[in-house]
Design a protein around this ligand. Structure first.
Ligand code: ADP
Length: 216
């Protein structure tokens, strides 16, 4: 199972990525976590990206793409699955990730899009800011990260919809329900993934099924 996770800040990407990775026993490659780790260890990459992270700007594409390429190579030797969380965030990254996938025979099977309203995002991130001390969780930087998401990241969701590998999920509900819905959808798709040719794929919108999935 190879999954790309696309979601605005605060939608629960990290949590859902970890749930998927644990369920399918595949590596969880979270770009934000990897980048923050470089900053904490003061590596050369960490020094280069630190200011971008603090301002809520995207770090330069080639830095994050090279970092992720290595992680995908490692995922290939670890069994061939992955959850990529936090990339792609713009069209250039989407193309780069696709090229890397083609080169390594590791293209994504599914793109999961978590949908949350901006109001809820700001509420969640400010709540998180009170608990954690991430340099980018002030209200001003949160608004900027949302703007980056809206203008650069959201347009690539349409690109995946056209390619027929998009699954949209309503992430406004409690984390366990969202997780359950995601795992149910991925389990249902699993047997088909290797057999459905790219030309025959259809995107799925599960956002209207919240009540059905979450009612028990
Ligand atoms: P969030 O989704 O809450 O913004 P992440 O941990 O995914 O949190 O990302 C935090 C920061 O890391 C981003 O604001 C950005 O500065 C940097 N970052 C993460 N992934 C990428 C990426 N693919 N391209 C550029 N910058 C990235």
């Amino acid at each position: 199972m190879r999954v790309l996770l696309i979601a605005p800040p605060g939608a629960g990407k990290g949590t859902q990525g970890a749930i998927i990775a644990a369920h399918f026993d595949i590596p969880h490659i979270a770009t934000g976590v990897l980048l923050r780790d470089h900053v904490a260890r003061k590596t050369e990459l960490g020094r280069e990206v630190e200011a971008h992270l603090a301002r809520g700007e995207l770090v330069p594409d080639e830095l994050v793409v090279d970092m992720v390429k290595q992680a995908v190579i490692d995922a290939k030797s670890a069994g061939g699955g992955y959850v990529l969380d936090g990339i792609p965030r713009n069209m250039a990254q989407a193309r780069a990730i696709y090229d890397i996938g083609r080169e390594l025979e590791m293209t994504a099977n599914v793109v999961l899009h978590l949908k949350v309203t901006e109001e809820e995002i700001v509420r969640r991130l400010l709540a998180r800011a009170a608990l954690e001390h991430r340099s980018d969780d002030s209200e001003e930087v949160i608004r900027h990260r949302l703007e980056v998401y809206r203008t650069l990241t959201l347009p690539i969701v349409d690109w995946y919809a056209e390619r027929g590998i998009l699954v949209s999920v309503d992430a406004m509900r409690p984390v366990e329900r969202v997780g359950r819905q995601i795992l149910t959808a991925l389990e249902a798709m699993r047997p088909l993934i290797d057999y459905v040719p790219e030309s025959a794929r259809r995107s799925i919108d599960l956002t209207g099924l919240g009540a059905a999935f979450g009612s028990d």
